[in-house]
Design a binder for this molecule. Sequence first.
Ligand SMILES: Cc1ncc(COP(=O)(O)O)c(C=O)c1O
Length: 370
Amino acid sequence: MNSGVNYIPLFTPNVPQSAIEAVSRTLNSRWIGQGPQVDEFEELLSKTFCGGDPGIAVGSGTDALHLAYLLAGIGPGDEVIVPIFTCTATNIPLLYIGAKLIFVDVDPVTMNIDFDHLSGLISEKTKAIAVVDFGGCPVDYVKLYELIGERNIKVIQDAAHSIGGSYGGVSVGSMADFTIFSFQAIKHITTGDGGYLSFKNRDLLPMARRLRWFGIDRVSKSKGHWDNDIKEIGYKYQMTDISAAMGIAGLNEFPQTLELRKTLFRQYLSHLSSSNKVSVIADSNNYDGHAAWVFSIHVEQREKLQQKLIEQGIESSQVHYRNDRYSIFGSKVPNLKNMDKVEETYLVLPLHTKMANSDVDRICDVILSD
Ligand SMILES: Cc1ncc(COP(=O)(O)O)c(C=O)c1O
């Protein structure tokens, strides 16, 4: 069964009617590639989430991560501490660069980085730390920067899941040296595919813009005569106005989107937070700051539960896998005690804008049934 009125998919795209109209208008306009709507989307994102910090809109969250690593000055052989549990997009750009990846274990409570393990990995050789806010649960970045202390280590926050989240009253987008958002098909805001890179150091903006477009200064080039030598190797990472039109519309509706997601998240919590059958994956000190991209749990006998759910027309999935399972990252990393322990227990449940609280009730009934 994969359809019908009662079927609950794990994810669905959130495309407001206003986005459809905006794309249609854009397709009838002069600019469909990177143009004024990309500029407008960047301004809005900077103002809404990033405290006015500079940033660039790009073709995907993965593009944003690649550019963040380049702008952080990471080069071949540089050591970067990275999460073992994340979308491969966090880590693959570092393979392109030829950096040396040092995997940090998960905290089983949040599936984010484990601070105890991290503190033993930081060394004089550490150039940067990449961190993911799994499922929408922001990491405690104050604690992270305290751990880094005076060392010159850049932090790259992969906030693909956590747009709209906060920790200690600070919003995601204003926490780290570099933050990336994803506007891929199933994210809070979608542009089909798209991403945004925000950074604290304004001096990096011209280089960021050049690297996004082959290494060319677009303003010089637009003068129509030769004035644009290429001195850095960039790539074609820009967002289009078609995507930006969708993004602006999605951003306008973001408060309602986030509130609906948070309502569903709270509904899950009300059923499952005190259950002895499952444990909730989230930071109980910061439920309010959770951006509610997904709701996930640990459960013994995961396959059995997945089977029970799908028999009732409810999808569930692991979504991400420990990255050392993929050959490109080398062999299995020894002594990741937490990851080894929870590898067979974590499970992601449906949470999206086509759901109502009654859907969460139904899912939780299945989970809690004998
Ligand atoms: C944690 C994480 N980081 C990065 C990405 C990459 O984003 P995009 O698909 O926009 O390239 C994703 C997935 O979409 C993700 O889940």
